[in-house]
Design a protein around this ligand. Structure first.
Ligand code: XIL
Length: 483
């Protein structure tokens, strides 16, 4: 008997140790970099730079297109036109979609029929169930994660007043999570909060709320901290502390709505943007350092379209209004991508393989055309082409690397960032400073990426590359089936 007991105890110890080493909410691949999509720009701005820059992100979130006032403007009349277009865009570019938001505890955001209706607990619960169920079901299998409840707390940590809470009661939150889980059991369900970004009564209340919801059996898989910064700029340690406090509950955490206005930073524009970049670096570095942190989404990506008004003064995003990458963009890249691994391979022996294809039509980031007119003689445009070598899935798995051909022209040297994704999931990332010319690279695959690829037989591997030098950037995309 004794050996058996010893064995059971030993197994339990191993299981516990494994559990402690890999908390339930820990990410299983690189941090995703996301951007929120502004509906008017996405649907109506004829400038191709908007979509081209958006294509360089790993995931997208609708800034407003999935909110209740847009998808259910009249009771029972659902309109997914804008949201469908965004999801289709993400699928065409190998991106993930984070859904925002099924509910929001702010009456001003509700459509008139809901705000002005007269409701009982039963009738409003029925509305909540119908809304959550219809929206989540519509996007089932295409939207991998949802904000189920947005901003349900006051700054002092008490529950915020709103129609849902007034009429249904405090359990409206748990109910919303249950309805979402039933509609798509595979989707990750998040609670999202504003101004709870670092130690404060509201931060503590956010942690308590998530803990209590889970203890009560509500299916909460993740928590989002917004980081719409204004006065206080957090340090990396503060952000890490905030992520860890939630991650310790066993949930995924993400930075859900980052933007950093430069209003309060003094000095020249260069000085302000340098300071802004340090904040982006701190937040991205914190996410990279904390295993619970799965994603950073910036609330928009170009200063041309931001909700932080007046936009001419806030300039809070990583691309300027002409889609040129700002120091904040490079700072995030550096924080999220481990330093160079890119030993250029010894020149490949001549092969019969055809030369790289023509540059693809959709660059992954702002095109060189975005550069301002330069004094003559004008420098040659920065240009980049990439080609993921068409190899068998078996070869990728055996070599634990993707082979890439890359050609950079029009610069002395540029920072090149490469991201490979399968079904919206980042499987590999690399950054290097390269000089002009043509070369072969190997992008190492982590064991996690190898597992993801093994399951991805037949799926498309999308490689997005962006080259940046002194305020110019050029992008390229290559797609290959994992066959
Ligand atoms: C904002 C959008 O950016 C604006 O365009 C819209 O007018 C109002 O909502 N917290 C959230 C987001 O969770 O949904 C908000 O987005 C910003 C604050």
């Amino acid at each position: 008997m004794k050996p058996r007991i010893t064995l059971v105890v030993a197994c339990a110890a191993v299981l516990l140790a494994a559990h402690a080493a890999t908390p339930a909410g820990a990410r299983t691949g690189p941090v995703q970099l996301g951007a929120a999509v502004y509906t008017d720009a996405f649907l109506s701005d004829p400038d191709p730079r908007y979509r081209a820059t958006l294509a360089g992100y790993d995931s997208i979130t609708a800034e407003t297109a999935m909110k209740i006032g847009i998808v259910q403007p009249r009771r029972g009349a659902f309109d997914f036109t804008a949201a469908d277009a965004m999801v289709a865009f993400s699928e065409a570019h190998g991106q993930g979609v984070f859904g925002h938001t099924l509910t929001w505890c702010a009456d001003s955001t509700l459509p008139g029929w809901l705000r002005n209706g007269s409701w009982t607990r039963e009738t409003l619960l029925a509305v909540l169930e119908e809304h959550v169920t219809r929206v989540v079901t519509h996007f089932r299998g295409r939207v991998a994660a949802w904000d189920v409840v947005n901003e349900a707390l006051n700054d002092d940590g008490t529950r915020r007043d709103c129609l849902w809470k007034r009429v249904i009661g405090d359990d409206w939150i748990a109910q919303a999570f249950r309805f979402a889980r039933s509609a798509d059991p595979a989707a990750k369900l998040f609670y999202n909060e504003v101004r709870a970004d670092f130690a404060s009564p509201k931060y503590d209340a956010t942690v308590n709320l998530v803990r209590e919801l889970r203890l009560g059996g509500a299916p909460v898989d993740g928590a989002g901290l917004q980081y719409h910064l204004t006065d206080r700029m957090p340090t990396q340690e503060q952000v890490q502390g905030a992520i860890r406090g939630l991650g310790d509950l066993g949930v995924e955490v993400h930075i859900s709505e980052l933007d950093v206005p430069v209003w309060r930073f003094g000095g020249t524009p260069e000085r302000r943007f340098a300071r802004q970049a340090e904040v982006y670096r701190a937040v991205a570095g914190a996410c990279q350092a904390e295993p619970a942190c799965v994603r950073i989404t910036t609330w928009g990506f170009t200063d041309r379209y931001t909700w932080r008004l007046p936009w001419q003064e806030s300039l809070p995003l990583p691309f300027d209004s002409e889609y040129r990458p700002k120091p904040s963009w490079s700072a995030m890249q550096e924080a999220l991508t481990p330093p160079p691994a890119p030993e250029p391979e010894p020149s490949p022996a001549p092969t019969a393989e055809p030369p790289p294809a023509q540059p693809p039509p959709a660059p992954a980031a702002a095109s060189a055309a975005a550069a301002p007119p330069a004094a003559s003689p004008s420098p040659p445009p920065l240009s980049l082409t990439v080609k993921l070598r068409r190899q068998r899935l078996r070869t990728w798995l055996a070599r634990r690397a993707l082979a890439v051909r890359l050609q950079l022209e029009g610069t002395g040297s540029a920072q090149v960032r490469l991201v490979a994704r399968v079904r919206g999931r980042v499987i590999a990332r690399m950054r290097a400073v390269l000089s002009s010319g043509r070369r072969s690279l190997r992008i190492e695959l982590t064991p996690v990426a190898v597992r993801a690829l093994r399951r991805a037989s037949g799926a498309r591997v999308v490689l997005a590359a962006v080259a940046t030098d002194a305020g110019r950037s050029a992008g390229a995309v290559s797609r290959v089936r994992a066959g």
